[in-house]
Design a protein. Structure first.
Length: 184
């Protein structure tokens, strides 16, 4: 059975984007990017809301003269299946992608049961639905050394979770990775 993983890069005060919608402050340096790449290799399917998908579809394009770790992530992303939950998106802009109009917790449970590779939920709003329905098994939290003071929260306000710390790692640029498993 596959695990459903919520991976999120967030500010120290818990935001994925600031009040203006910017997240450039969260761009990983090469060391962190390589680590994220290694974590993402286990993912066979990405679940996205429309906004997160529109951000991530960048990886479908030609990456040109970018460094190897950037191309590596692009290869990882392109090799995975993508499910986009959107009532407005007409067609996907990437291969291996399908559109679903509604988030269906039972369908996600069935996917977890039948998948050989792990599943990642991307974006805080979709992750909140997955967390609220008891679907998320692990969290990979990447804290960056930035306080933004408001914006789009990484974790839902109305849910309580008991977590077990599985691993942690500090990076030279000041980021910290915290790997949690939900306690049952």
């Amino acid at each position: 059975m596959a695990m459903l993983v919520y991976s999120v890069i967030m500010s120290l005060d818990g935001y994925v984007a600031d009040e203006a919608g910017n997240f450039d402050w969260a761009a990983p340096d090469e060391e962190l990017h390589r680590f994220v790449n290694d974590q993402e290799r286990a993912i066979g399917t990405y679940l996205y809301g429309r906004r997160m998908y529109e951000t991530m579809v960048f990886w479908e394009g030609e990456l040109g003269e970018q460094p190897r770790h950037i191309h590596d992530y692009g290869d990882i992303w392109k090799a995975a299946d993508k499910v986009v939950y959107s009532r407005t998106l007409e067609a996907p802009s990437s291969a291996r992608t399908r559109i679903e109009r509604e988030f269906d917790p039972d369908a996600v449970r069935a996917t977890k049961e039948s998948s050989e590779r792990d599943i990642s939920v991307g974006g805080p709003h979709l992750a909140a639905q997955a967390i609220g329905n008891g679907l998320v098994d692990e969290l990979h939290v990447y804290l960056v050394p930035m306080v933004v003071g408001g914006g789009n929260r990484a974790l839902p306000d109305d849910i309580r979770l008991a977590l077990e710390l599985v691993d942690e790692r500090r990076f030279a640029g000041g980021a910290v990775h915290l790997h949690y498993r939900l306690r049952t």
